[in-house]
Ligand binder design. Structure first.
Ligand SMILES: CC(C)(COP(=O)(O)OP(=O)(O)OC[C@H]1O[C@@H](n2cnc3c(N)ncnc32)[C@H](O)[C@@H]1OP(=O)(O)O)[C@@H](O)C(=O)NCCC(=O)NCCS
Length: 149
């Protein structure tokens, strides 16, 4: 499997919009749980692309987008988000993406730890991060906090 990470551009807005508004994305989001409007999404994406503290990567196989992963630099560390398109799940793509993400952000922020804040009910994602080498450090208000140093 030859997966590539490339930084998103505004040309990816439609694809990311469909993904963010899919049930498995909304159900597992930290804050937003209702449908996101197009203009809010465009503003959100432009803002992220313009800021050095955020990187969003498209995950591609042979030039075809299969998902996205994002890191945002916050006080707690580099907060990770990942989404794999539903029809592409269960093939090891998310584990591969988290490995590539670690390599990519290591060059940008060598001394920062990767942190995942996953709803305790999102068992498959907790299993994913554990498989990708993250360790559970604590439970916090219904979230499982995992870190990869
Ligand atoms: C979580 C998600 C990224 C997993 O993507 P994926 O490509 O299917 O994951 P992988 O195929 O790489 O699976 C890796 C491991 O994750 C765990 N896992 C993934 N899907 C699972 C499921 N449905 N049930 C149980 N464990 C699961 C398993 O441990 C799996 O390893 P295994 O196949 O050896 O058992 C995907 O389901 C998704 O996009 N979910 C919605 C968004 C989300 O919840 N993101 C996490 C919050 S940031």
């Amino acid at each position: 499997m030859d997966m590539q990470l490339r930084k998103v551009t505004m040309d990816d807005a439609h694809c990311l919009f469909d993904w963010v508004n899919s049930p498995s994305s909304l159900n597992n989001k930290k804050k937003t749980t209702s449908l996101i409007g197009w203009q809010d999404h465009v503003n959100w994406l432009q803002n992220r692309i313009d800021h050095d503290s955020v990187v969003i990567f498209m995950l591609e196989l042979g030039g075809v987008a299969v998902g996205q992963t994002r890191v945002e630099l916050k006080k707690a560390g580099l907060i990770v988000d990942i989404f794999i398109a539903e029809q592409c799940r269960g093939r090891g793509y998310a584990v591969k993406a988290l490995t590539l993400l670690k390599e990519a952000v290591h060059h940008l922020w060598p001394n920062k730890r990767l942190v995942a804040e996953i709803k305790q009910t999102n068992k498959s994602s907790i299993a994913l991060f554990l498989k990708a080498g993250y360790q559970q450090v604590r439970l916090e208000s219904g979230f499982c906090i995992l870190e990869n140093k």
